[in-house]
Design a protein around this ligand. Structure first.
Ligand code: 13P
Length: 251
């Protein structure tokens, strides 16, 4: 049985003080939950302080991005070692906002994933089609290309550390969620492709999260799907009550 993972992507929201306050509230509200994994991903500048707040609790810390080099003259970039030293165990890679606004390619996401694994960070690799691609009947093909490209050359047991997040771009921040049936269709397909590349045993173990307008009132049904193993939550993760509800109703 795969354990559900509920992850909050805070995106470019909340300064250090606001992040600490939200983390403190979450520690209180979510304590005692052990049957699900919980992850929060604040902005870079808040990571260290938030890490102190959640230390020793059931909440893990992730970053929203990193660079694919270990160090050097890369002004403005962040290395995996820096993230680890700030308390991170996870890092989101290839979010559609990174792909669309900052032109990240599968090749870049792949380099990042390989380095994250080498450095001991758990990559949460995001994939998902745009509305145009979905309407053109290309959703599964796009997702397959992104999955294969982003996970290229990952060998051995490392693949078991990877978390995949399926986030249809048209459902992000729009209030328009994929129906549980639509989401499950793509999740099952991702697991099948994963199985083709990495073997059926590994495919049964890895977790595939759904992201895109997950809210307290749709969490239970989405999370109840066979191949949906958790959620990557944007807007609703910025409100402690909503995030708590999404986690509590997820089964
Ligand atoms: P929303 O939950 O705000 O739609 O964002 C989803 C997302 O992009 C999480 O990474």
């Amino acid at each position: 049985m795969r354990k559900l993972l509920l992850a909050g992507n805070w995106k470019m929201n909340k300064n250090v003080a606001e992040s600490v306050e939200l983390a403190q509230t979450l520690v209180e509200k979510l304590k005692g939950i052990t049957d699900k994994d919980i992850l929060i991903c604040p902005t870079f500048t808040a990571l260290s302080e938030v890490s102190k707040v959640i230390k020793g609790t059931n909440i893990a810390l992730g970053a929203q991005n990193m660079y694919f080099e270990k160090n050097g003259a890369f002004t403005g970039e962040i290395s995996p070692d820096m993230l680890k030293s700030a308390g991170c165990s996870h890092v989101i890679l290839g979010h559609s906002e990174r792909r669309q606004i900052f032109n990240e390619t599968d090749e870049m996401v792949n380099k990042k994933a390989l380095l994250a694994l080498e450095e001991g960070l758990i990559p949460v690799v995001c994939i998902g089609e745009t509305l145009e691609q979905r309407e053109a009947g290309e959703a599964l093909g796009v997702v397959e290309t992104q999955l294969r490209g982003s996970l290229n050359n990952i060998v051995g047991d490392d693949i078991l550390k990877v978390i995949v997040a399926y986030e249809p771009v048209w459902a992000i921040g729009t209030g328009k969620t994929a129906t549980p049936v639509e989401a499950e269709e793509v999740h099952a397909y991702i697991r099948k492709i994963f199985s083709d590349i990495f073997g059926s045993k590994n495919a049964e173990i890895i977790r595939i999260l759904y992201g895109g307008s997950v809210k307290p009132d749709n969490s239970a049904e989405l999370m109840g799907q066979k191949d949906i193993d958790g959620a990557l939550i944007g807007g609703a993760a910025l409100k402690a009550e909503a995030f708590e509800q999404i986690i509590k109703v997820a089964k």
